[in-house]
Design a protein around this ligand. Structure first.
Ligand SMILES: *Cc1c(COP(=O)(O)O)cnc(C)c1O
Length: 487
């Protein structure tokens, strides 16, 4: 590079050109959001589009406009489609135009939120205060943004481990503790909890999966019995991870009873509230989360029910010092001061695994300020209302049956296939789901409920309406009938 050469435009005329192209790009993505409904939710990806992403490393420059054209042609149409109102697969948020704009501002500012004295960190701490109050945590609470609940659960497990074994475990490792730690979660818990136990070096099998009751909630009596049996066998129980909003059916464990048991047994009480915890924003759902405020830590995502663009996971600990115990480390190049840019300790890098961190707080702060907690809460309530509507429709449709009670916003059902055995019924329903996804009309996913393959609609997107539910159900019956049963 010459002394003059940077990656920015060089002259006012070039800045003007870039600005004009930037406005085109902004308009294109606004057009996409405004006219989402007219598009398929998802579409199969043509081979030549896949091939476009195996080009050699570009040595020379390309026009921004040309690269943007490729984005519009080859990338935008082939995303998974979770912004679309017909998307009900897995548990994905829809995003908002406000979140998108905030993300653009964050990228322009390019703040690194690992630490240092800067207002972007005050924005993150503002979000900490909001959720601390929302969940009924004391002033001692602290937390931070991470990629998602998978990472937030890992942070929770590591904090619980350090609280159980002391800070020495960070230096000497688990073997030096001479105690085999063991944790508990519901059989319906998300797989990332077992993965967190694995990554923490404790071992995935040391997460005991406690049976569920008929409402798909952790059986608290079975939990108490498992803890007792493990203690007798010489294990060291240290953590209970309850679920608020299970991934299969949307069940909420009895947080109050589990919280009391954890206190009695002096175990860390963690809640995986990936999407469910933010039901606290909806006044008629909040009572269902009674006991959430007893938690030692809560993992949740702003990118699901709160509609913040990916990614925006969060971990909140009741006592922020315990996060520092688990993560803070002394290094010469991160030395703190009481004035200047190195002030403002503790820094977010003292509370979690990451040093360099993006400004996820900004899109979350914008989303909460612009829409307000009430409107976000209403959109959460609305998805549950739609799930109840959907279950009522299923109950009156002879071709369909519900496979699990609708607790929140997730509906598990299937197309009836009289005459087919269990494996045949599962295969038929799996094929219906693929046909639905390929049709672009609606996109549910599958799970297994009570040993049956279920068509699973997780209604998370604020854009989904009754018409989208009707379209999904009608297409399910159509694809089912055309393949299986001239009833
Ligand atoms: C989505 C989800 C997770 C995983 O969260 P990510 O943000 O995808 O890492 C964990 N637990 C539950 C209950 C979930 O719904």
């Amino acid at each position: 590079m010459t002394d003059q050469e940077t990656l920015d435009p060089e002259s006012p005329a070039q800045w003007q050109e870039l600005r004009a192209q930037g406005h085109v790009m902004l308009d294109d993505i606004f057009d996409y959001l405004e006219h989402l409904r007219e598009r398929p939710v998802w579409q199969p990806i043509p081979e030549q589009v896949r091939e476009a992403f195996h080009e050699p490393l570009p040595q020379g420059p390309s026009d921004l406009a040309t690269v943007h054209d490729q984005f519009m042609k080859d990338i935008l149409p082939y995303a998974v489609g979770n912004a679309h109102p017909g998307f009900m697969a897995w548990v994905h948020g829809g995003g908002t135009p406000v979140g998108m704009l905030a993300e653009m501002l964050a990228a322009g500012l390019n703040a690194n939120l690992g630490g240092r004295d800067q207002i972007p960190i005050a924005v993150e701490r503002q979000v900490v205060e909001w959720v601390r109050d929302l969940f009924g945590f004391p002033d001692s609470a602290n937390g931070l943004f991470v990629t998602g609940t998978s990472m937030a659960n890992l942070v929770g497990v590591l904090a619980a481990r350090t609280a159980a074994l002391g800070r020495e475990v960070r230096h000497q490792g688990l073997l030096a503790a001479h105690r085999q730690l063991v944790a508990y979660a519901s059989a319906g818990a998300h797989g990332c909890l077992a993965k967190a136990m694995d990554m923490a070096g404790i071992g995935a099998d040391l997460l005991r999966l406690v049976p569920m009751n008929e409402r798909y909630e952790m059986d608290v009596a079975a939990l108490a019995a498992a803890i007792l049996a493990d203690k007798k066998a010489g294990f060291s129980p240290f953590l209970i991870a309850a679920t608020a909003g299970s991934v299969d059916v949307g069940a909420i464990d009895d947080l109050a009873a589990i919280g009391r048991l954890a206190r009695e047994q002096q175990l860390w009480f963690h809640v995986d509230g990936a999407y469910g915890a933010l039901a606290m924003l909806a006044p008629e759902l909040a009572p269902r989360l009674e006991g959430l405020g007893l938690a030692d830590s809560i993992a949740f995502d702003f990118h699901k029910w709160a509609q913040v663009p990916y990614d925006a996971g969060f971990i909140l600990a009741r006592d922020g010092r315990l996060l520092e115990d688990a993560f803070a480390a002394d290094t010469a190049y991160l030395k703190r001061e009481s004035r200047g840019m190195a002030a403002g300790s503790p820094w977010p890098c003292d509370l979690g695994p990451d040093l360099s961190r993006g400004f996820r707080a900004l899109k979350t702060w914008f989303t909460i300020k612009v829409y307000g907690a009430e409107q976000l809460g209403r959109s959460i309530s609305r998805t549950c209302e739609l799930a109840r509507y959907m279950s009522r429709q299923i109950e009156v449709m002879a071709e369909l049956e519900l496979l699990a009670p609708v607790s929140l916003n997730i509906v598990c059902f299937r197309y009836r296939t009289p005459g087919l055995d269990a494996a045949g019924a599962d295969r038929a329903n799996a094929e219906i789901v693929i046909a639905l996804q390929e049709s672009g009309i609606a996109a549910p996913s599958t799970t297994t409920v009570g040993g049956h393959l279920a068509i699973r609609a997780a209604i998370v997107n604020h854009r989904t309406r009754t018409g989208d539910i009707d379209a999904l159900l009608a297409a399910t019956v159509k694809f089912g009938d055309s393949r299986y049963s001239p009833r």
